[in-house]
Design a protein around this ligand. Structure first.
Ligand SMILES: [Zn+2]
Ligand SMILES: [Zn+2]
Ligand SMILES: [Zn+2]
Length: 94
């Protein structure tokens, strides 16, 4: 087991099947507006895919803040970390 994450929002995690990067077309919001993204994150509460904070539109964090869905996970190949935008702490789930 990994160290217990310092996050009080683990009960918001509803999405257990994180998609692979290859399985998603891209950031949902960027695709709507013709935007560009760098890396992709998935919301662990509802499964929405958004772009990372290094992307121009930061849709993943924007979604987390707007919807109150605090935990995002990277879906980039080889990355298995998650991030709580409220606690600002990273950890690995499972
Ligand atoms: Zn948290
Ligand atoms: Zn985006
Ligand atoms: Zn969400």
């Amino acid at each position: 087991m990994s160290d217990a994450p310092i996050c009080t929002h683990l009960d918001t995690v509803e999405v257990t099947d994180v998609p692979t990067r290859a399985a998603v077309p891209g950031c949902e919001e960027c695709l709507k507006i013709g935007g560009r993204w760098l890396h992709l994150r998935v919301c662990r509460t509802c499964g929405k895919v958004g772009c990372c904070d290094s992307s121009p539109n930061k849709h993943a964090s924007a979604h987390a803040g707007a919807e109150g869905h605090p935990i995002l996970s990277s879906i980039e190949p080889g990355e298995d970390w998650s991030w709580c935008v409220v606690d600002e702490v990273g950890f690995v789930l499972d």
